[in-house]
Design a protein around this ligand. Structure first.
Ligand code: ADP
Length: 487
């Protein structure tokens, strides 16, 4: 990458609007996935840093300048930050592309989405209101939505900016004070967003960011006794640890733990639209998207033709560096590439048939973590490739005979995050969609451009709680009931 990337002014811990070195002085290298080499270092926070950050957030929440703002004033600050993010979209695009390896246009879409989260929740901040409730004679009852307090945000590496936006903007809109632990693999955009929030004028302690390892900084944040709520997006294994830590402190959490999302294609669907969407939904971000369309269920009548067309399209997909700006970039790390290759090796050993494979562009750096996208058929619906999240650009195709089997297969994993249903028959599309257990179901589309306004979250083992849309505000707030006896 020739173009210089502006790194956050100090690779430290961001607390009370100031950078400070980590308590231990330790740092972590940041590896550019497209090159496989370190290009920066970040501070490695530990339990002392987490404690300092939580204490700052508590001060901000309990009587600090942040706690004295009205909902409208909070909303204005969020909106101001949205504009600043837009003004810095070029810089944030470069940073995200280098940090995650994603193509420039996807990194740009992410930067714009972060701005949009702050814009959306800026507008929503003063629109969260309670009810009045009929009660016994002589009483007046009303409910208020209040902030939970200090909220912890543990963020993954696949969309560092976007997930910061969706989780933190909603929490701030309600009036919580936030401590954020971004992922060790990619955290530069969250750190830069911290700086921009200070520029926007957020009071000290409203936004505190402690980078570092999951098992040290992340675990310390999850178990901290002065945290009131945890918002977590990541793996199921770590989700279990987070929920256990929350249980020990008797607090709640939102868990978004990924999926194995199906796209169900009926014979009467618009084939071109379905084909394009099915490819895009697994190739985007190299398949490292919680809501990736990882399974395609195809009506038997069109199986041969649809798989052949899909294979043609897959064969043309090319992975490259961020600057090449192709359909996908590398995966995040050497470990992730290895994990995907091991899964595919096992699947092929078990009889799964690879029917198409995309390419890696000529001239990508040798050390980059590139995985060619691939399409698999003859996949047993009970096998690992049909059940487990690969988190890579790997699509699994499975045939079905009729509506009942389509629904059964769509629901035949532990996950339930997103689904797509493709059919020219609106009644059937609605019938099937209502029977699919997923937090979001798209009809004749998929993903729909990020959907900041659309409540998002899991059913089954994809997690619980809702982010995005107005619904997220309720998860970030707590209802207080007030009863006045006026006689
Ligand atoms: P992935 O498999 O996508 O890397 P993880 O669940 O490992 O997802 O990581 C998501 C986030 O959780 C990251 O910020 C990571 O640092 C953090 N994390 C990892 N392990 C722990 C842990 N034991 N406690 C708290 N947070 C953790």
């Amino acid at each position: 990458m020739d173009q210089a990337v502006r790194l956050p002014s100090a690779q430290g811990i961001f607390i009370d609007n100031q950078w400070r070195p980590s308590a231990s002085g330790a740092s972590l290298p940041m590896i550019a996935p497209a090159e496989g080499v370190a290009f920066a270092a970040i501070a490695a926070g530990n339990d002392h840093d987490i404690d300092t950050a939580v204490t700052a957030a508590r001060r901000a929440f309990d009587g600090g300048a942040w706690s004295r703002l009205t909902a409208t004033e909070r909303g204005r600050l969020l909106s101001k930050l949205a504009r600043l993010i837009e003004d810095h979209a070029d810089e944030l695009t470069l940073l995200e592309a280098r940090d995650t390896g994603k193509p420039m246009s996807q990194a740009r879409a992410d930067a714009i989405a972060v701005a949009r989260y702050f814009e959306y929740y800026g507008g929503a901040a003063d629109k969260l209101h309670g009810d009045t409730i009929p009660f016994i004679e002589g009483h007046f009852v009303t409910t208020l939505w209040e902030p939970k307090g200090v909220t912890a945000h543990i963020i993954p590496w696949n969309y560092p900016g976007q997930i910061f936006g969706r989780s933190v903007a909603a929490a701030l809109a309600v009036g919580n004070a936030c401590v954020i632990k971004p992922a060790e693999e990619a955290c530069l955009v969250p750190l830069r967003l911290g700086e921009l929030s200070a520029e926007a004028g957020f009071p000290d302690g409203a936004i505190n960011i402690v980078p570092g390892l999951g098992e040290t900084a992340g675990a310390a944040l999850a178990r901290h006794r002065d945290v009131d709520f945890i918002s977590f997006t990541g793996s199921r294994e770590v989700g279990t640890l987070i929920q256990s830590a929350a249980a020990r402190n008797h607090i709640g959490c939102t868990l978004e733990l990924g999926g194995k999302s199906p796209q169900v294609v009926f014979a009467d669907a618009n084939m071109d639209a379905a084909l394009a969407s099915v490819v895009a939904a697994i190739v985007q971000n190299a398949g490292q998207t919680c809501s990736a369309g990882a399974r395609v269920l195809i009506e038997r009548k069109i199986w041969d033709r649809f798989v052949a067309d899909l294979a043609l399209r897959f064969g043309k997909v090319v992975a490259g560096t961020p600057e090449m700006d192709l359909q996908l970039g590398p995966v995040i790390s050497a470990g992730q590439k290895q994990r995907i290759e091991t899964m595919l090796h096992a699947a092929e050993g078990a009889g799964c048939l690879r029917v198409a494979r995309g390419h890696i562009a000529d001239g990508v750096p040798k050390g980059g973590f590139f995985v060619p996208p691939a399409l698999y058929a003859q996949v047993d619906p009970a096998s690992a490739l049909a059940q487990e999240e690969v988190f890579g650009p790997i699509l699994t195709a499975i045939p079905f005979e009729d509506e009942a089997e389509a629904i059964r297969l769509a629901n035949a994993t532990d996950y339930g995050l997103v689904a797509g249903v493709w059919s020219g028959d609106g009644n059937r599309a609605l019938r099937v969609s209502r029977k699919i257990r997923a937090g979001q179901v798209f009809i004749n589309s998929y993903g729909a451009g990020g959907g900041i306004e659309l409540p998002f979250g899991g059913m089954k083992k994809s997690g619980h709680g809702r982010e995005k849309g107005f619904a997220a505000l309720y998860d970030m707030a707590v209802m207080k009931t007030m009863v006045f006896k006026h006689g």
